[in-house]
Design a protein around this ligand. Sequence first.
Ligand code: GAP
Length: 514
Amino acid sequence: MASQEDVFKKLIAHCKEYGFVFPSSEIYDGLGAVYDYGQMGVELKNNIKKYWWDSMVLLHDNIVGIDAAIFMHPTTWKASGHVDAFNDPLIDNKDSKKRYRADVLIEDLLAKQDEKVEKECEKAAKKFGDSFDKDMFIKTNQRVIDLIAKKEEIHTRFVKALNDSDLAELKKIIEDYEVVCPISGSKNWTDVRQFNLMFSTEMGSTAEGASKIYLRPETAQGIFVNYLNVQKTGRMRIPFGIAQIGKAFRNEIVARQFIFRMREFEQMEMQFFVKPGTELEWFAKWKEIRLKWHKALGLGDHKYRYHDHDKLAHYANAATDIEFEMPFGFKEVEGIHSRTDFDLSSHEKYSGKNIKYFDPELNQSYTPYVIETSIGVDRMFLSVMAASYNEEQLEGGDSRVVLSIPPILAPVKVCVMPLVKKDGLPEKAREIINELKYDFKCAYDEKDSIGKRYRRQDAVGTPFCVTVDHDSLVDHCVTIRYRDTMLQERISISDLGRIIGEKVSMKELFKKIV
Ligand code: GAP
């Protein structure tokens, strides 16, 4: 069986080969951790964004959207805390000259302890067969007890070091547990240093006195500085939310794992403004709503889990990640944060403007508390691709690579194929596309055998293929072939729109989450 690493490599190659994701400026050998989305990728990305956007602004009449600029007044980032505190602890290996995030090295070390425990359990399960009791084994096996105790010890030290911003202790953990550089295999580490992740540039010419500005590292601040504009012009009453989709930029130290950690990426963020004191209730609600949104896609409920933060960001009084099982383990796809009134109060202080909300019910003004849901479009994209990529062995020794992308997100919904390139079949196929194209992204393919054409569509995740044959000209029926089951049936052309429509209906999906 192929290792997860091999599967991931194949997925990356597949993304490139079929027009989903290309390395940025590839003809110049690419640019670290920057990627372009191709003709298929952009459709999938747009569908993800639509699913998110509509789930916010259509399903909630108290949530509206905005589209703020990427550039913001530089004081924004002072007020938000990003100038002073948006840092990652970095460490270099002196032999390989490779740079790492010290916290990520320690997180990997913790994950290794879990893997060791799992391996012990697997060995024992094989040995004891049906009589194996995993819970009992974990409680009583000395080696497992020691591994769990070691993990606890590392974890406690790690959390304390993070909370105290104790860089020397982070290095000491790396040394004490003999973490080695994956490249050089050595333990020859530099000290841990802080590194600010914001990209800066200059606005205006030097003669005018250019000012240093930043490329936004999160979209959220565009919402905070506009919250009162929206509240007043939209006559919004608390609780209400503002949603936004847009690019964010971070000079990530360790940019690995394809589009998981990028330097330019896209976020879908929603800030929900609530009455102080009610924030933890809303935090719990949004945790639930957001997990339901993920699960409704049907990628597999077991692939998600919550991960509560060990170290709270400078603005939060509660925070959870929704993690997804990527080919390289469970990783954060979305963050849900209770951001208190930190951002609004700070903008009030730095701008000198009163941005309090007047509550007509209480007849008093206050600074709202904020619950944030923040999901990366690119990570969501990766989770969909990773869960959908399948290599299948078929009867008769044949095989196929199929992307079982949820139909609602599939880049192309239907490919219409004339059986042969003559006898009026291409014209009939075009006629069908001309009917369907207003509702669905369609493709047309007349090259090669029908079998090869099916494979090409399987590889990009097209849920329906429609074949037009000579009988179609007489009986007005076509053969529809379903991607996942590969079953085929003869149906009337007039039923096509309905059959496809039912499977790719956003409304049906939304019914699962409201
Ligand atoms: N406004 C809060 C915020 O930005 P975050 O946890 O730093 O919180 C939110 O980021 C989400 O943005 C993450 O869950 C992830 O999906 C995405 N994200 C963050 N950094 C990323 C990166 N370098 N590349 C791709 N996605 C990223």
